[in-house]
Every structure is written in C-alpha cells, then in structure tokens.
Design a binder for this molecule. Structure first.
Ligand code: 0O2
Length: 211
C-alpha cells in the first residue's frame, strides 16, 4: 500500500520541487535587477496521504479519480507584500509557457464565509518521467503576508475544532480577517514609502557585502 502511494505521489513531488525552483527564480531575477519583487517567498508541499483521504471522503471523490478531481495534491504558495502584487504574480503565471493555467478562483474579491482570502490558480504542469510526459494538476495559492498569517492560524485552529468552531471563535476569526484586510489596505497606502526604505536598506546591504 505504502509503495503504491509512493509511486502515485512521485510525479507530484517532482512537480512541487521543480516549481519551487522556478517560482523562487522569479524572485531572484527581481533581486538581481534591484527592483521590488512582487514575490516575498514561495513554499510548496505534497498533500499528506491522510489529508488526501480526508478530502476525498469529504468531497465524495473516488480514489481512482484523484488525478482528475483533486487539484491540490501538489500545492505551492506565493506570498506577497502588497495586495496589488498578487495581480502582478497572476499575470506572470499567465504569461509562462512551461505550464497552462486552467482555473482561477478569486477568494479576495469573493472572501469565503470563514474570512479566508487568497487567490488560487490551478495549473496543468508537465512532468518528464522515464515513461514519458505526465501532466499534473497543481494548485498555486497567492496571498499577502497578512492573508497568510490569518490562514495559517485558522488552519491550526481547524485541527483543534475539526472545522466546528464555537460561535465566539468564529466571530473572532471573522473580525481578525477584517483586521487583516485593513492591514493590507493601510500598507498599500504607504507602499511608496515602504519600497523606498527597502531600496535604501538593500543598497546598504550590498555595499557592506562589497567592502
Ligand atoms: P490543506 O491542508 O491546506 O491542504 P474546499 O476544500 O471545498 O474549500 P476546493 O475545491 O478544494 O475547496 O478548492 P479551494 O477552496 O480553491 O482550495 C482549498 C484549499 O484552500 C484548502 O486546502 C486550503 O489550503 C485553502 N483554504 C480554502 N478555504 C480555507 C479556509 O477557510 N481557511 C483556510 N485556512 N484555508 C482555506 P485543504 O485541502 O482544505 O487543506
């Protein structure tokens, strides 16, 4: 059974590793040009087997349809400083020729009832295997640091309460989500100032490294 899962998950692992390198590469290119990168950092993971089984049961997905119907077995997250950076990142992804965007879900314009905000794209990514090319669905979640903070905390609480939050926690999480939206808006207002400060800091760092 374990061997079966290893074989099934191998191309997903490969896709996550390759895409991490590629998407982190975008950030390095901005760094080299010393211009603001719309990407702060990138993470990636293959969904644990227990979570795959959980989600399959929850959504009524039969195990022999996982490849077609579970879009986030391979998942990447791209974190941004500012809400506007998310649009820039999505545009960069749309322009790529090494994968195809097949679906977009805007949970920023359409926040989930929980308070969750993020922009999701599903891409079809070709992995090269010894048996030829295999196309893999990969979900990329693009969010600001504030959206990520909220989602990380809510996700851990979800484990504790198995999704059935007491009313007071649910309310607090919704209020925290509104506060995170406000934080994003405030930061966007002073974006120019922040970027100027960051540019000065990175120039100072460069000259310290050269001397
Ligand atoms: P994990 O542990 O992150 O892998 P559904 O699962 O029904 O919400 P669907 O169709 O799978 O939706 O697609 P969706 O909503 O685009 O993506 C689901 C993933 O988005 C989740 O994966 C989470 O990563 C994230 N997400 C969606 N809603 C919420 C939310 O309310 N709170 C948090 N913290 N994350 C959310 P998994 O499989 O649920 O979990």
């Amino acid at each position: 059974m374990i061997r079966h899962w290893d074989l099934f998950l191998a191309p997903y692992k490969q896709a996550v590793e390759e895409l991490k390198v590629k998407l982190k590469g975008i950030r390095s290119q901005y760094d080299m040009k010393s211009t603001h990168s719309p990407i702060e950092f990138v993470t990636g993971r293959v969904k644990p087997i227990a979570s795959i089984l959980d989600k399959a049961t929850r959504k009524g997905i039969s195990l022999d349809r996982l490849e077609e119907e579970m879009q986030d077995i391979a998942g990447l997250r791209m974190m941004c400083q500012f809400t506007d950076d998310i649009k820039a990142v999505v545009e960069l992804l749309r322009q790529r020729t090494d994968f195809e965007l097949i679906e977009e879900r805007d949970y920023i314009l359409h926040k989930k009832e929980s308070g969750y905000r993020s922009y999701h794209v599903v891409v079809c990514y070709p992995v090269q295997t010894i048996k030829g090319e295999k196309k893999i669905l990969v979900e990329i979640q693009i969010r600001t640091l504030a959206m990520n903070f909220w989602a990380t905390i809510e996700h851990s609480l979800n484990y504790k309460y198995s999704g059935k939050f007491p009313e007071n926690i649910k309310k607090r999480l919704q209020r925290a989500s509104e506060a995170a939206t406000q934080l994003d808006e405030e930061m966007s207002q002073i974006r120019g100032e922040i970027q100027e400060a960051q540019a000065i800091f990175s120039r100072k760092k460069e000259s310290a490294e050269e001397s």
